[in-house]
Design a protein. Structure first.
Ligand code: ASP
Length: 301
C-alpha cells in the first residue's frame, strides 16, 4: 500500500488536526492549497489558544474542530457534502481520556457546529448509562432542547461552494494538554453522495475516534465502512498496549483498513506529545503544533 507517515516528538502541550484524506483532485492550484492551509492554521490557532492558556485538551479539540466546521472549506459543518436526497447530514464525536466522557451524534441536521453538540451530549450521558450516541431526529431534538445554535441553510450553500475543492475533508483533532490529558474529536458530512441515514466511522468510539488514558488520542478519516469493520482506533490502541510504538500501531491499523479495500488516514497523539499522522491516500490535510514545532501539509513531503 502507498503510505505516508509523519512523526514528531511535539512535547506538551500538543495539538494535531486533520482536514480529511483523499485525492483532493478538484484542487486547482497553489491558491486552493494556500486556502486549505490557511484554514488548517486558523483551526490550530483556535485549539492552541486553549492549550496555551492552560486549558483542557477536550476544549482544545472542540475549538479546533469547530473552526474547521465553520470554515466551510472541509466536508464538515458548513462545508458538508449532500446525500443523494440533497440533504446534509452531520456525524460528530468527542472523547475525553481523563474523565471517560464520550458523546456522538449521527445523521443529524440541526447543529451549526456538530462537534459542540457531541461535547454537550458527553456532558449529559456517559458510560454505562448513556446515551453516548444519538441519531437522526432524536439527535436533532437533543440539540434543539439544549439550545444549541442551529445551522442556517444559507451557511450551508455558501460552504458547499467553497468545499467543492475538498470533498474528502472530514475533520478531526487530537490534543494532549500540559497535564498530559488526552482528547479527540471528529466531524464529517459523510461520504459524497451517500445514502440518507448512512453512518460511517466518525461517530463510532473505537473506529473513527478514541481517547484512552495514558495510551492515545486518535481521529480517523477515509472509507468509514472499512474503518468501522476494522475497529480501527481500538486496533491501534491494542497494539500500543501490546508494546508497539505509535508509528507502528497507526501503520498496523491502516493496513487492516487496506486489507478491507479501504483507504484513508489518521492522526494520533501519545501522552508525552509524540505524534503520528499516516495516510494511504495521495493526500491528507493535516497540521500540528507543540513546543518542538509546527507544520501544515496536504501532500506527502
Ligand atoms: N470517514 C468518513 C465517513 O466514512 C468520511 C471521510 O473521512 O472522508 O463518513
Amino acid at each position: 500500500m502507498a503510505f505516508t507517515l509523519d512523526t514528531a516528538a511535539l512535547g506538551l502541550p500538543a495539538l494535531v488536526i486533520h482536514g480529511g484524506a483523499g485525492t483532493f483532485s478538484t484542487i486547482s492550484g497553489e491558491e486552493d492549497v494556500a486556502r486549505l492551509t490557511a484554514g488548517l492554521e486558523e483551526a490550530v490557532a483556535a485549539g492552541w489558544s486553549v492549550l496555551e492558556g492552560g486549558g483542557r485538551s477536550l476544549d482544545a479539540v472542540v475549538e479546533a474542530v469547530s473552526a474547521l466546521e465553520s470554515s466551510g472549506l472541509f466536508n464538515a459543518g458548513r462545508g458538508a457534502v449532500p446525500t443523494t436526497a440533497g440533504e446534509v447530514e452531520f456525524d460528530s464525536s468527542v472523547m475525553d481520556a481523563e474523565t471517560g466522557a464520550v458523546g456522538a451524534l449521527c445523521a443529524v441536521t440541526y447543529p451549526a457546529n456538530p462537534v459542540r453538540a457531541a461535547l454537550r451530549l458527553s456532558e449529559r450521558g456517559g458510560v454505562p448509562d448513556g446515551p453516548i450516541i444519538l441519531a437522526g431526529s432524536g439527535g436533532d431534538r437533543f440539540c434543539e432542547e439544549e439550545g444549541l445554535e442551529q445551522m442556517r441553510p444559507e451557511w450551508l450553500t455558501a460552504g458547499r461552494a467553497r468545499a467543492a475543492a475538498s470533498e474528502e475533508g472530514t475533520v478531526g483533532a487530537v490534543a494532549v494538554d500540559a497535564r498530559g490529558r488526552l482528547a479527540a474529536a471528529t466531524s464529517t458530512g459523510g461520504r459524497s453522495g451517500q445514502w440518507p441515514g448512512r453512518v460511517g466511522d466518525t461517530p463510532i468510539p473505537g473506529a473513527g475516534v478514541l481517547a484512552e488514558k495514558e495510551t492515545v488520542a486518535l481521529s480517523a478519516t477515509g472509507t468509514g465502512e472499512a474503518f468501522v469493520v476494522a475497529g480501527f482506533a481500538h486496533r491501534v490502541a491494542w497494539q500500543l498496549q501490546g508494546g508497539a510504538d505509535l508509528a507502528a500501531a497507526v501503520t498496523g491499523g491502516l493496513e487492516a483498513v487496506s486489507s478491507l479495500a479501504g483507504s484513508g488516514g489518521a492522526i494520533a497523539l501519545g501522552p508525552a506529545g509524540e505524534m503520528a499522522a499516516g495516510f494511504t491516500t495521495p493526500a491528507m490535510a493535516r497540521a500540528w503544533r507543540g513546543p518542538a514545532g509546527a507544520a501544515a501539509r496536504l501532500y506527502p513531503s
